[in-house]
Structure formats: structure tokens, C-alpha cells
Design a protein around this ligand. Structure first.
Ligand SMILES: [Zn+2]
Length: 313
């Protein structure tokens, strides 16, 4: 705090100046996904216990600036130790109703002047954000509880009311070994998908690449492929409707079918030769390649669908 005090306080700013600085430092998210949490039936919920409350309260840091409610953590610790029921009733009401009160998502913002630069520009400030300690304590109780049930190597990532468990690499590798040994290669679809996804760790930790309807068809081999439709009784023959193969599988359609030769050549001029063994690696390594390949798969499957429908077989 001493360091901050010597830097000087925030100069008086007009409302619109402050507004501009705050909006620049905290741009609004346009793509945030709000998922309503359904209330949980009361009998399914284990209420928080005094023990869990006290354990969580112990982890609250002292000497921290309070949030908008102005309740310092020291006060909350005292309440937790002496009158835990007050807090338990409140937190248990939160978990029963499946809510995380909006007021606890509001942060108190303090702009600390860096002491240099134009005071009207956002870069002249270091923003500090303070959440209500009361809300932080609820998050800590969740942490406490989830902590007990989580396997080793699992990290909890909490975003206020969204609590997400992330499996770390060691677990994924373990999962990969298990899958490979047990049933990954046991069935045909598994074999095809295993060829495409030799490295499950890279796949599951990829930074981009949403699965769409067409990429999913490629990955599973289930889709607009005559061999697949034949296997589920929807077609009488497995041969390619374009006449260049006896078995029209995902592999044939995407990697071999002459009908899509020109489109494939265009794609390969940019991303290099594609094979079942390298296609996913190319997609994971580059977001641009992901988009191009996913676009190619979508285009050919979209073009093929009406042709399949038209051809009895
Ligand atoms: Zn073909």
C-alpha cells in the first residue's frame, strides 16, 4: 500500500472521461454465454456444514481492501467462528436455489494512477478490482467441497457461478492409454477415429476448433457415406455413387474420391497433402488450416448429399 500511496491519488475526472477509461480497460464481452442454472431438487443437495464453512473462512486473506459491501474479511471470519449459522443459512439458500447472487459478481473498481502519462488516457491507470468478501467466501466453500471429491491432477477453474473442472495432461494421457488398450480399437468406427486421432492429448487440449456437423461425420465415419448407409440398411450397395470405388467410406469420400479431386487439390495447395493420419494434426496446429479443412469437408458433403438422395442404391 505504501508503494501505491506515494504514486498519488486518482485526479478528479469528469464522468465521461472516467467512462472512457473504464470502457477501454474493461472492454465488454460480446460473446459471453449465459447459461441459466436450473434449481436443484432439495433432497439432492447436501447442505454446507459448519466444518466446510470454517475451513473456507480460514483461507480468506486478511488486510485486503473490501468489495462494494465494505465488509472486510476479518469481520467475516469472526462471524463464521462465532455465529456460523447466519452464514450457513445464507449460503445453503444459494446452493438450494442454484443461484450466485448478482451483487457478488459486481466488483469495486479503483483506478490507481501510475503517476505518469496523460491522466485522461486509460494507460495512465492500474485497475484494482475488489469483489465482495461474502461472495468470495461462497466460492471458497465450493472450492473446499469440490476439492475433496476431485481426483488428483484435476484443476478447478471457477468463474463466479460457473465452476469447471479441467483435466490436466497427465489424466488425459492416462485416459488415452486406457482407451487405446481397452476399447478404442475394438470396433470399426473406433479404428477409423483412432487413425484420425492418434494423439488424444493434442486433440483434447486444442485451443481452437469447434466440431460441426460435417467434421463430426468425418471423425465418426457416420454420415453421407454409402458404406455406412449400407451398414445400417439404408442403402443396398456400399459402392461410391460416383463409380470410382466399391466401398464408399469416409476415407474414400474425403481423401480419395475423384469427384472431389479438384477441390482437394485446391485445399492441398495451401495445407499440403492430407491423409487420415495427418489431417487432424494439421487442423490442430493452425486455426487457418482448421477452417480450410472444415470448409472443404463441409463443401463436399453438402454437394454429395443431394446426389446420394437421388441415386437409388
Ligand atoms: Zn468416389
Amino acid at each position: 500500500m505504501k508503494k501505491l500511496r506515494t504514486r498519488g491519488t486518482t485526479p478528479e475526472l469528469k464522468e465521461e472521461q472516467m467512462d472512457h477509461i473504464v470502457k477501454t480497460l474493461f472492454p465488454a464481452h460480446t460473446n459471453s454465454i449465459a447459461r441459466p442454472t436450473p434449481p436443484i431438487a432439495e433432497e439432492q443437495i447436501e447442505p454446507f456444514t459448519v466444518d466446510e464453512l470454517l475451513k473456507a473462512a480460514k483461507t480468506l486473506k486478511r488486510k485486503k481492501a473490501p468489495g462494494p459491501d465494505n465488509i472486510p474479511s476479518e469481520v467475516l471470519k469472526v462471524i463464521a467462528e462465532n455465529r456460523p449459522q447466519i452464514l450457513l443459512d445464507m449460503y445453503n439458500a444459494c446452493i438450494t436455489s442454484g443461484t450466485f447472487p448478482d451483487t457478488w459478481k459486481v466488483q469495486r473498481l479503483v483506478l490507481i494512477s501510475k503517476g505518469k502519462g496523460d491522466p485522461l488516457t486509460p494507460s495512465a491507470y492500474r485497475p484494482l478490482c475488489m469483489l465482495d468478501t461474502t461472495g468470495k467466501l461462497l466460492e471458497k466453500i465450493y472450492d473446499e467441497i469440490f476439492h475433496l471429491d476431485m481426483p488428483e491432477d484435476t484443476t478447478i477453474v471457477g468463474y463466479a457461478d460457473d465452476i469447471v473442472a479441467v483435466i490436466t495432461a497427465r489424466n488425459t494421457e492416462y485416459a488415452q492409454r486406457k482407451l487405446t488398450q481397452e476399447r478404442w480399437t475394438a470396433e470399426e468406427r473406433g479404428r477409423w477415429t483412432a487413425r484420425l486421432l492418434p494423439n488424444l492429448v493434442a486433440w483434447s487440449t486444442r485451443k481452437h476448433g469447434d466440431l460441426d456437423y460435417y467434421v463430426t461425420q468425418m471423425l465418426t465415419g457416420h454420415g453421407y457415406f454409402a458404406a455406412f448407409l449400407y451398414s445400417i440398411g439404408k442403402r443396398k450397395v456400399a459402392r461410391c455413387i460416383y463409380g470410382d470405388a466399391e466401398i464408399d467410406s469416409a476415407e474414400h469420400t474425403i481423401f480419395q474420391c475423384e469427384k472431389f479431386g479438384p477441390a482437394r487439390i485446391c485445399l492441398e495447395e495451401v495445407v499440403g497433402i492430407i491423409t487420415p493420419e495427418n489431417i487432424i494434426t494439421k487442423m490442430i496446429d493452425s486455426e487457418a488450416a482448421w477452417k480450410l479443412i472444415a470448409g472443404f469437408v463441409e463443401n463436399i458433403l453438402r454437394a454429395k448429399k443431394p446426389d446420394l438422395d437421388e441415386t437409388a442404391g
